[in-house]
Design a protein around this ligand. Structure first.
Ligand code: BGC
Length: 850
């Protein structure tokens, strides 16, 4: 991609530094205090009507303890034989499957023969953890698993010191460190996903990881990887879009980056937390195949990235709460994926003490409801172990996993003490460590690379325009400083650079388009006008008459459900721009035939009112850019970065075209049923299957240059003899992967099995980047969607030049989940594939060799 000159960067840096010093800060603080109070014991009863009362062979002494167990009981406890999953490591065979320390992951590659093996690192950490807890009392071991309670420590979650173990600081958010100061606000997950660029995803993770380490955060509460099933989903922007493969790759790279930076990563929210409305009282009802092929994929990839921690979600899955779910926690996460780290609850998502038996290892923030002073773990867990209801072996496993994760990440070796104060912004400790480094560079680069050019009728890139007008409040700095609202939870008065909720942080500074474009105007000697009033349409129209270009900025916000903004209780009420942005665009386009639209949106918008207006000459889909948002947008507008971003979801012509809608309603006591009836057909898969034409399809994005694809070839890669040939043979013959520990993350399933090669030529006149995408088409009998993404990479090509591209596919990539055999298997029949520039722009087609 065309790079900006260093002097230009430096110019803007010095500007940023100057604006930083005057940044006004309102008083942000960790304020999930308005988080809906977790379901009380009584209101839960209806949710668990099918739940059987516990009957055990452990007798009378237990009864009194059971009285302390106030939540619903779902497991026959005394007979439950718990296996401390998993143990086996696949024989490491460098360089294909090298033993990997999380601090030194393999390099980024889309075509890698390397599948990292974290098992030896875990084994070493387990040995140390076991040694440490061997002297611990039951109470001490319980303390390792129990948070100190809401707002009782410096961090959003805190594990107290126990013996030689110094305790843990757990801190949001997925885009940077929450509730402190002198940190970077990175582009949101959805922006990172829109880059489709693994190196940038990794770099973002690494920079966030380094900042966490500098501030002494042990465990970063991210990345978030719930799938964008519903276009209105309030927290979609924290995650990586509507496709499991793209989300999985983004989760994988982000975690490798975070942990290389030194912090433990948390894969959240496991699982099926796809809407905010009634998130603590909804059952996501999902069939086993859909669960495996769609929603679990990013979590499985997280385990393959060696993730330290997983956070179970607030909702129920098929009528059982996520943090009390033996199937998803013990069987899928720990057995099938072979996860060796620990599972922590979302904040007050623990439902009872017996969740420990279902696979929960740590309760956060520790109390049953915020500030209740009670805990399902703590004394209750101690009692349950003392009376034999829960085995001490299981408690050992819980404490071992938590302490092992700390050793595994080498946090026993001079890890800094926490210097964040989540509940008191003015505590000087928040300014003790400046963690920002030069991370503005990566923020700006990802902001540009994560911007998608949707329409361009010759309007862009701007070339020394004589005059431009900036229209709309989204072009402006927020009126009362970058942190107008606690957790960004309010109607933004300026540029939208992140959504709201716990997935945010405080801006140390924020560059708006107004500031960045002015700096560029000085260089180009352009006459700049602006009009930030969204509501006076006549004034907006008048302001653009006779100008060379009118750039209209619109946005759309959403966030976490504990904050309601303008009637949006987390999820968006509709898919239209805020502040009647459609009207603003129409008013401007009526007066200026070079109207360029820039959007900052948390997710898809319906663009139909103006997308085909002849005077709308360009649409720049800028996502959420973090603290360099204005600079990144300016880089795109002026061609300092040739756009290469692609949509991580479909933009429909009508909200009704999407396969799934928000489920609302329900009384205070109801558990909503959310039936994932579309099954595998989420997002583009549905549009393809139903033959619905989207406005802009998944994977779409234009460039200032053009690319041509040619010379497709595919070859089978012969497995080396030592790679579990029996399992490969079994799979070749139609057999499914066996039911075993680590079966879904096994080496034979994930090493490259096919290599696809082709050429990409830059047929335009500008240097630029392209994202070639690979989609599989299964035979009809497999009952799969028409096309599913299974590969992508990024290339950069000079005009007239051709580059050769290689994408590998694993056996996993061409398998489907066989519900009956509970394993991954190759469907019978011919599997074909396409390579192209989007989910509907296929340029080359081939067949997977038998
Ligand atoms: C959110 C989590 C977050 C936690 C701690 C919860 O409300 O769902 O994503 O990590 O709070 O702030």
């Amino acid at each position: 991609m065309a790079r900006r000159s260093l002097s230009f960067v430096l110019l803007l840096v010095s500007y940023a530094a100057a604006s930083n010093s005057s940044a006004a800060i309102s008083t942000p603080s960790a304020s999930n205090s308005s988080t809906p109070v977790m379901t009380s014991t009584n209101s839960m009863t209806s949710a668990n009507m099918s739940t059987s009362v516990v009957t055990t062979s452990t007798t009378s002494s237990m009864t009194s303890y059971l009285a302390t167990e106030t939540g619903p009981l779902t497991l026959p406890i005394s007979q439950y034989s718990f296996t401390p999953f998993p143990t086996p490591t696949l024989a490491p065979e460098p360089p294909i499957f090298p033993a990997t320390d999380p601090l030194y992951p393999p390099p980024v590659s889309a075509d890698s023969m390397v599948v990292p093996d974290f098992a030896p690192a875990w084994a070493a950490a387990y040995a140390k953890a076991k040694a440490m807890i061997s002297n611990f009392t039951i109470q001490q071991k319980v303390n390792v698993t129990t948070g100190v309670g809401w707002a009782n420590g410096l961090c959003v979650g805190n594990i107290p010191p126990v013996g030689d173990f110094p305790g843990l600081c757990l801190q949001d958010s997925p885009l940077g460190i929450r509730d402190t100061d002198l940190v970077t606000s990175f582009p949101a997950g959805i922006t990172a996903a829109s880059t489709w660029n693994r190196a940038l995803m990794r770099a973002r993770g690494l920079a966030i990881g380094q900042e966490n380490r500098m501030k002494g955060v042990n465990i970063a509460l991210g990345p978030m990887m719930n799938i964008g099933r519903i276009a209105q989903g309030g927290r979609n922007w924290e995650g990586f879009g509507a496709d499991p493969f793209l989300s999985g790759e983004a989760a994988y790279e982000t975690i490798l980056g975070l942990q290389a930076g030194g912090v433990q990563a948390t894969a959240k929210h496991y699982i099926n937390n796809e809407q905010e409305w009634k998130r603590t009282q909804e059952s996501s009802n999902v069939d086993d195949r859909t669960e495996h092929e769609i929603y679990a994929q990013p979590f499985m990839r997280s385990v393959m990235a060696g993730v330290s921690s997983v956070m179970c979600s607030y909702n129920l899955i098929n009528d059982t709460y996520a943090c009390n779910n033996n199937k998803t926690l013990n069987d899928m996460m720990k057995r099938e994926f072979g996860f060796q780290g620990f599972i922590q609850s979302d904040w007050s998502a623990t439902m009872n003490t017996l969740s420990a038996v279902a696979g929960l290892d740590m309760t956060m923030p520790g109390d049953i409801t915020f500030d209740s002073g009670t805990s399902y773990f703590g004394q209750n867990l101690t009692d349950f172990v003392m009376n034999g209801t829960i085995t001490e072996q299981r408690l050992d496993d819980m404490a071992t996993r938590i302490i092992a994760a700390w050793y595994y990440m080498h946090q026993d070796e001079n890890y800094p003490n926490a210097t964040v104060s989540s509940f008191d912004f003015y505590n000087p400790i928040n300014r003790e460590v400046n963690a920002q480094s030069d991370h503005y560079i990566i923020v700006r680069e990802i902001g540009a690379a994560g911007t998608v050019l949707l329409k361009n009728e010759g309007a862009l890139p701007l070339c020394k325009p004589k005059s431009i007008v900036l229209v709309g409040s989204d072009a402006a700095p927020p009126v009362s400083g970058p942190n107008e609202y606690s957790d960004q939870g309010g109607d933004p008065s300026g540029i939208l650079a992140m959504g709201w909720g716990s997935g945010t942080n405080n801006f140390t500074y924020l560059i708006s388009p107004y500031e960045a474009i002015q700096a560029r105007a000085r260089v180009d000697q352009t006459s700049v006008f602006w009009n930030f009033d969204d509501w006076n349409l006549a004034k907006a129209g008048n302001s653009v008459i006779g100008m060379e270009a009118a750039i209209v900025f619109i946005n759309s916000d959403s966030g976490e459900g504990y904050i309601t903004v303008d009637g949006n209780a987390g999820d968006r009420q509709n898919l239209t721009a805020w502040h009647e942005g459609d009207q603003l665009i129409l008013a401007v386009a009526a007066q200026n035939n070079n109207t360029i639209v820039v959007t900052n949106s948390v997710g898809p918008l319906i663009l139909e009112p103006w997308v085909e207006h002849p005077n709308v000459t360009a649409i720049v889909w800028a996502n959420l850019g973090g603290n360099e948002a204005g600079n990144a947008i300016t880089d795109i507008l002026y061609g300092a970065w040739n756009p290469s971003g692609k949509l991580p979801y479909t933009i429909a012509k009508s909200p009704a075209d999407y396969p799934a809608q928000l489920v609302t309603g329900g009384t205070a006591a109801d558990i909503l049923s959310i039936n994932y009836t579309e099954g595998l057909l989420i997002d583009y898969r549905w549009f393809d299957a139903q033959n619905i034409t989207p406005r802009y399809e998944f994977g779409f994005g234009l460039s200032y240059t053009t690319f041509e694809y040619s010379d497709l070839a595919i070859m089978k890669i012969n497995p080396a003899d030592y790679v579990q040939m029996d399992l490969i043979q079994n799979w070749e013959n139609g057999g499914a992967s066996p039911i075993a520990e680590g079966s879904s993350t096994a080496l034979w399933l994930h090493i490259p099995a096919y290599r696809v090669t082709f050429n990409v030529k830059n047929t335009g006149s500008l240097y630029g980047g392209e994202i070639p995408q690979l989609y599989i088409h299964h035979p009809l009998s497999a009952a799969e969607p028409p096309s599913i993404l299974k590969g992508f990479t990024n290339v950069e090509v000079s005009p007239g030049q051709t580059t050769s591209v290689s994408i590998t596919l694993s056996r996993y990539d061409v398998s489907i989940w066989d519900v009956v055999r509970q394993g991954w298997a190759k469907p019978e029949g011919t599997i074909t594939f396409s390579v192209g520039a989007s989910s509907r722009d296929f340029r080359l087609n081939g067949t997977i060799p038998a």
